[in-house]
Structure formats: C-alpha cells, structure tokens
Design a protein around this ligand. Structure first.
Ligand SMILES: Nc1ncnc2c1ncn2[C@@H]1O[C@H](COP(=O)(O)OP(=O)(O)OP(=O)(O)O)[C@@H](O)[C@H]1O
Length: 307
C-alpha cells in the first residue's frame, strides 16, 4: 500500500540528515511498529507522510502513485493521529467531529454516518455533548483517534498515542488500533513502549540516526536476537573474558554480568567451554532469547526511554 524508498531529509542549517535513506513498506491489514529513541527521525518521517515536508531525496508511493499526487487527489486517504491534542477545546466532541467532517469534504449524509461510526469506534458516545477540554487525558486521545478515522482513511499514522494516558484508555487504544488493522486499514504506529509493539505490531522497524537498523516481522526480529548468555566469571578479569567472547558473539557488561549475544550457530556450550578452557570458572550463568528491548539496545546502544 505504502512504499518508501531511500527517503532522505536534512533540515536547513543542520549539519546531518534527519532521514538518511529510509526504506519501508506498510500493508493493508497490518500494523507496522516504528521504534526509535529521541531524535531517531520518526516525527520527520511522519511529517513527510502527513504532507508537511517536500521530499528532498527518494520516493514515497501510495498504491504506486507518488504521495504528492495522491494527496492532491484524495487528501484524506492518509490520516495522522498526532501526539498533541488536535481538536477545538471549547467545542463538544460531536461539534469537533462535525467541524472536521466538514473540513474533510464529506457530504452531509455520509458525514453523519461517519460521525456515528467514529464515536462508536472510539466509544465516545456518552461524551458526545461534553466539551473537549473537559475530557480526561485518555478520552482526549480517543477524540484524536475518532477525528483521524472520520474520513475512513486507508492509512493511519499514530504518533505515540498512549503517552500520558491511564492504563484503561491505553488498553482501549491498543485494541482499537488492532481492530482497525484487522478491518483492512494500514497502520503505522510509533511508540517508545516496546511492549506495545510486541502486543500489536505485525512488522516492526527499528530506526536511529535517520536510518533503518532492522525491519522484519516481529517473529523474525525476536528470533534474530540469537541466544543471549548472561554470566559471571571467576579467575579472570571481566574485560579479558569479554575479549575472549568477542570471537563468539557481541559481549558487553551489564552490572557485574557479562551479557553476550551469541553469533548465529554458536551454542551456549561452546561459549562456556571457551571460557573454561582459558582457565576461568563460571560462577553464575543463565541464557535465553532476546526480547525486543534487548535487540533494540544491542542495535542502538541506547534505551528507548532514556530521555
Ligand atoms: N526543525 C528542525 N530543525 C533542525 N533539526 C531538526 C528539526 N526537527 C528535528 N530536527 C533534528 O532531526 C533529527 C530527527 O528528529 P525527529 O524529531 O524526527 O526525531 P524523533 O524520532 O521523532 O524524536 P522524538 O522521539 O524525540 O520525537 C534530530 O537530530 C533532530 O534534532
């Protein structure tokens, strides 16, 4: 549905690109999770899709048609549910939807139908006559969602939609996003919360410094983590053990532990033998597979939430 190829973008007066050759595709019926620490380039990417930036390098195609052309013909096919509240605070929920419905150029009959459907989807019927500014944080996010869905977009971009919402609304939003994809919409979902990606994404893309570091189905990405060995060695300096293990995987220190992501085909037994054959003893050991957080940290050397 959406094909981005080699997208590059550099802000004026900046000395490095915010996007540096991003390629990705999003499909109908699927959630693409976009993960990246602060400054990775997520917002710059989304603002391209929202039509707010002219393409400097590369291409964005929607069903084979260049984005700018598609936007001119059907401006409401792509919707953005932004991070910030995007509604009129002094209008009621229904008035907001009427207002955005008119702006989307929906005919009056279709508009009423879509308002009713969006209210129902976001479960805001009870609050239809409440002024938007009186809603709780979670309900405000749901109003953002209802507004984004009003024109039945084919692609919806969510920019960290659960930041600062209560757990109940968060669960509701995640379920709504999944339902949306199941009903055939293409969804791109950016977040700092790894567990949200694990809960709802079909594909995930990890980006940093304007580049894609990994792209794959969730199963592929989690399998890629290879075996992760965590150990404490005795009779040998940890730095020496790390140098020894560097031929079998990627070691790093995590507190008193050495954590090694083993290279493909290297068994935990081989790593243990290597350490023991060099005269060290293993004082503590456990091993398992990466979760998305481990993979993310191994790729970016950063935590998602170190901001
Ligand atoms: N208006 C701007 N002018 C110059 N540089 C900018 C501007 N906006 C963003 N940048 C830079 O572009 C890079 C990508 O920023 P962007 O906001 O797209 O990242 P992000 O992944 O959305 O981060 P966050 O999670 O903090 O929203 C960063 O290095 C940032 O400093």
């Amino acid at each position: 549905m959406l094909q981005i190829t080699d997208l590059g973008y550099q802000y004026p007066h900046s000395n490095k690109p915010a996007l540096d050759g991003i390629s990705l595709s999003a499909r109908r019926g699927e959630v693409l999770g976009l993960l990246g620490p602060n400054g990775a380039g997520k917002t710059t990417l989304i603002s391209h899709l929202a039509g707010l930036r002219a393409i400097q390098r590369g291409s964005i195609l929607v069903d084979g048609v260049p984005l700018a052309e598609m936007r001119a013909e059907a401006p409401t096919r792509i919707a953005v549910a932004p991070q910030e509240y995007a509604f009129y605070p002094t209008l009621s929920v229904r008035e907001n939807l009427q207002c955005f419905g008119a702006a989307s150029r929906l005919g009056s009959k279709l508009r009423d139908e879509r308002i009713a459907q969006s209210l129902a989807f976001a479960q805001l019927e009870r609050f239809a006559d409440t002024r938007a500014e009186r809603l709780s944080g979670g309900l405000k996010r749901r109003l953002n969602l209802a507004i984004a869905l009003l024109p039945s977009p084919a692609l919806v971009l969510f920019d960290e939609p659960t930041v600062g919402v209560d757990p109940q609304s968060r669960a509701f939003i995640l379920e709504a996003v999944k339902t949306l994809a199941r009903e055939g919409t293409a969804v791109i979902y950016t977040t700092h919360y790894m567990e949200e990606i694990e809960a709802i994404a079909d594909h995930a893309l990890i980006m940093d410094h304007g580049k894609v570091l990994r792209d794959g189905t969730l199963t592929e990405l989690l399998a890629e983590g290879a075996t992760r060995l965590r150990l404490i060695v005795g009779n040998m300096e940890a730095t020496a053990a790390c140098s020894l293990l560097a031929s079998l995987g990627t070691p790093r220190m995590e507190g008193e532990y050495i954590v090694v992501a083993l290279n493909p085909g290297v068994s935990p037994a081989a790593a243990i033998s290597a350490v023991e054959n060099a005269g060290a003893c293993i004082e503590q050991l456990d091993y398992g597979h990466y979760n998305l957080e481990h993979l993310f940290m191994a790729l970016t050397q950063r935590s998602l939430r170190d901001d």
